[in-house]
Design a protein around this ligand. Structure first.
Ligand SMILES: *Cc1c(COP(=O)(O)O)cnc(C)c1O
Length: 436
């Protein structure tokens, strides 16, 4: 698979180069130049298939010439000691649990694949450094996926405040390969520092720096595989149409679903489930996208005013606007409706939903009734966060104590950074250099 920038049709780069560069030098985001039909690889798969088996079978076709079957098997095995889990709840409703990874958030799927694929790609070349601005738990996910990977150092910078759940024995000064650095500033400062560092060519080339943030195609494309997995598990129970409801913030998850559709997955639509931060809904309905000020909600991972994948979304609409208008259905869910959805899912199905998944649940409910889908549409809700990470909200609404698995409770412990720096390029570069 070749990639180009959303802003230009040339030059084209390989998957490996797109992963190791993350962003095209001409601006924009990397998108595939052509989409393959993968139906021959997944239409006849047995519904007992495991996730690593599915990844092993499809990745060599997707990344032909770059991941041979042997490498793909290694990547699948080393990335995925956790699996998605499709639960059929009702004739017209399933939940795809994507929260069984090390940090209890669906982002583990993309990050784990990226880390394992990078290690494989670097086998015959020099070392590389992955620099990421992280917030909240993205740091744990990053540390977990990259820790111990050969030839990779993972530098994570995070804004003032604490980071949790890191294991200091994995840090570079202690013989590991992880460098957490606290920046005396905001998350925006951290993102700016990542861009400045990558654009400081002499420094970036010395350490072979790329970024692992959500726009890296090595994170995004593999996410399409769990949509195929859900389809394989559900297909023999389908009587009518199939729709996925996706809690959407930066729109990576939704775009991964659109790629799965382009690969040939028979699907009738995607619900772009947003909270009050719903400006992209206007764009999807054919109007101009006008970013609105950020609103804080009880589903904070969806509090995004300009999605980082916006240009990718636009490229789908430029190609086939009429088709897209029948493929993506926007919905905007208030905090009150989110809490009601948590209560309803518990009462009706004994399901514990985190607020992000509850946005997707409420959006599906809304669309099924307003579009008269009832009775002939099966909706798969993507569950993006483990309920144990939202114990307070869920316990409040349902009156149920939420059990916390041991692996998730360990994530709550505060960690000390390797360095604390001012939000300046020289400070960051100095802190990195002093680790070697
Ligand atoms: C990141 C995140 C989302 C949003 O996913 P995007 O790909 O950014 O749209 C939804 N739910 C949770 C729990 C998240 O962490």
């Amino acid at each position: 698979m070749q990639f180009r920038s959303t802003r230009s049709h040339t030059p084209q780069v390989s998957f490996k180069d797109a992963v190791l560069r993350c962003l095209p030098s001409e601006g924009g985001l990397y998108v595939p130049t052509a989409i393959m039909d993968l139906r021959q690889f997944f239409m006849y798969m047995d519904d007992e298939i495991s996730y690593p088996e599915l990844v092993t079978a499809i990745a060599p076709a997707l990344f032909q010439g770059e991941l041979n079957p042997f490498s793909a098997a290694k990547v699948a095995e080393s990335a995925f000691n956790f699996e998605p889990e499709l639960r059929r709840i009702d004739d017209d409703l399933s939940v795809l649990n994507l929260y069984n990874g090390p940090t209890g958030v669906f982002k583990d799927f993309g990050i784990s694949f990226l880390a394992a694929a990078m290690e494989e790609f670097l086998k015959n070349s020099g070392p590389a450094m992955i620099l990421s601005a992280v917030r909240g738990d993205a740091g744990i996910s990053m540390a977990d996926a990259f820790s111990g990977r050969e030839k990779i150092t993972s530098v994570m910078i995070y804004p003032s405040g604490s980071i949790r759940g890191l294991d200091s024995s994995t840090f570079v000064p202690n013989g590991g390969n992880i460098i957490p650095i606290q920046v005396r500033g905001t998350f925006d400062d951290c993102q700016r520092l990542v861009n400045e560092t990558i654009n400081d060519r002499p420094f970036a080339d010395r350490y072979n720096i790329t970024s692992a943030n959500a726009i890296n195609p090595g994170r995004l494309l593999p996410q399409s595989l769990y949509f195929l997995y859900a389809f394989i598990k559900i297909k023999k129970h389908l009587k009518g149409d199939l729709v996925f409801s996706v809690p959407s913030g930066n729109f990576g998850n939704l775009i991964a679903g659109l790629y799965a559709w382009k690969f040939g997955m028979p699907v009738n639509g995607f619900i772009a489930a947003m909270n009050a931060n719903n400006a992209v809904g206007d764009f999807i309905r054919g109007k101009k996208f006008i970013p609105k000020p950020l609103i804080r909600t009880c589903s904070p991972a969806l509090d995004v005013s300009v999605p980082s994948n916006y240009e990718r979304l636009v490229s789908f609409y430029e190609e086939a606007p009429a088709v897209m208008h029948n493929m993506v259905y926007p919905a905007s869910i208030s905090d009150e409706e989110t809490l009601d959805a948590i209560a309803e899912a518990w009462k009706k199905y004994r399901l514990l939903l985190d607020p992000h998944t509850a946005v997707a649940f409420a959006a599906a409910r809304q669309l099924v009734s307003s579009r008269e889908w009832s009775g002939h549409v099966h909706t798969v809700i993507l569950a993006t966060e483990h309920p144990a990470r939202e114990t307070d909200i869920i316990a409040n609404v349902t009156g149920q104590p939420v059990p916390i698995p041991a692996k998730l409770s360990a994530l709550r412990k505060k960690s000390d950074p390797v360095a604390v720096i001012e939000p300046e390029l020289e400070a960051l570069e100095g802190a990195v250099a002093s680790c070697f």
